[in-house]
Ligand binder design. Structure first.
Ligand code: DAH
Length: 341
């Protein structure tokens, strides 16, 4: 066999053997076989001395090339097995904690409505809803607002034409529910309401309320107090202190407002409670006989209590939010702080 052909065969053998190297030990065997002082390549250099002077340069050049190739393959293999498998992409730190994906959650207002209505549902109430655009009858007239009552004033109400308006409270749903059903009626009515006010930290043109209504024979003010105290203890905690204060609403008589001790100062008086030590949490009262007359209920047979809770106010008290506008801006830096369990 021609010597050049033999070198070609050797070249293939070197490459194939290199491919099969799968450990440092294999690499060492490769070195001993081809590159060591007594290895194949060294032997061939030795044998070259016997060749004709005319063949020597060509064979010498080829042998040098083979030795270089073999060395390179050997060095590569060593590096591979000394360092472990090659890392081609960005290094991964497997000890880092996993990245959590953003998960959707309820808005503060939705959450507050759900928590409040859930407490009343557990006490036997069901949910009723009504339209956000109301007529004068439902929003005012049937609720015993006198024709010149200030709540009908342009400053408070967004009118839509003559008789229509954006409802200023959820109380009109009481009228719709009584018109559509008969006692006993025991409902809570969550929803959005609107008032034509200057937007500030304390007031907004839109907010939410939950109204409540219980109508039956023999419903008393004691029922009202019992239910609302039970609600407040469930929502604000059993350590709660409370008081009922006389108040006025056209659709209830007598009317009251319920206060709880200020969460911030515990009753001593501070900025949040305007130094009174108390925070108002809802309005309430016994359904006015005129309201029963408006829905053709006999006021001598039926009595009832009603209440209204401001949602934004409740959420602001509970979570220490001092600007109502925050609740409508949907700034995720705020909303992400309220991820419920
Ligand atoms: N509608 C009243 C308001 O917007 C809140 C209210 C007070 C509702 C007493 C009631 C109630 O049902 O009995 O300020």
């Amino acid at each position: 066999m021609d010597i050049i052909d033999a070198l070609q065969t050797l070249s293939e053998e070197i490459k194939n053997t290199a491919k099969q190297i799968s450990s440092l030990k294999d690499a060492e065997e490769f070195r001993v076989r081809f590159l060591a002082r007594k290895g194949i390549i060294a032997e061939l250099f030795e044998a070259m001395k016997e060749l004709d002077a005319s063949e020597k340069p060509q064979v010498g050049k080829r042998l040098n090339e083979l030795r270089e190739t073999a060395r390179k393959l050997y060095m590569e293999a060593r590096e591979r097995f000394e360092k472990g498998p090659a890392i081609t992409s960005v290094p991964i730190d497997r000890t880092l904690p996993g990245r959590t994906l953003p998960v959707g959650h309820q808005h503060i207002i939705t959450r507050t409505i759900d928590e409040i209505t859930a407490i009343f549902i557990s006490m036997g109430f069901s949910i009723a809803c009504g339209p956000e655009i109301e007529t004068d009858w439902y929003n005012f007239e049937a609720l015993n607002f006198p024709p010149d009552h200030p709540a009908r004033d342009m400053q408070d109400t967004f009118f839509i034409g003559n008789d229509l308006m954006l409802r200023t409270h959820t109380t009109p749903v009481q009228i719709r529910a009584m018109e559509n059903g008969k006692p006993p009626i025991r409902i809570v009515m969550p929803g959005r309401v609107f008032r034509n006010e200057v937007i500030s930290a304390r007031s907004h043109i839109q907010f939410h309320q939950v109204d409540g209504l219980y109508v039956d024979e023999h419903v008393t003010f004691a029922d009202l107090k019992g239910t609302l105290v039970a609600f407040a203890k469930r929502y604000y905690g059993t350590a709660l202190r409370y008081r009922f204060r006389p108040s006025f609403f056209p659709f209830t008589e007598p009317s009251a407002e319920m206060d709880i001790t200020c969460y911030l100062c515990g009753g001593k008086g501070c900025r949040v409670c305007k130094n009174t030590g108390w925070l108002e949490i809802l309005g309430c009262g016994m359904v006015d006989p005129n309201v029963f007359r408006a829905v053709n209920y006999d006021p001598d047979r039926y009595t009832g209590y009603a209440f209204g809770i401001g949602i934004e106010r409740t959420a602001m008290l509970r979570y220490g939010i001092d600007d109502i506008r925050i609740l409508f801006e949907n700034d995720l830096r705020i909303n992400r702080q309220f991820i419920w369990p």
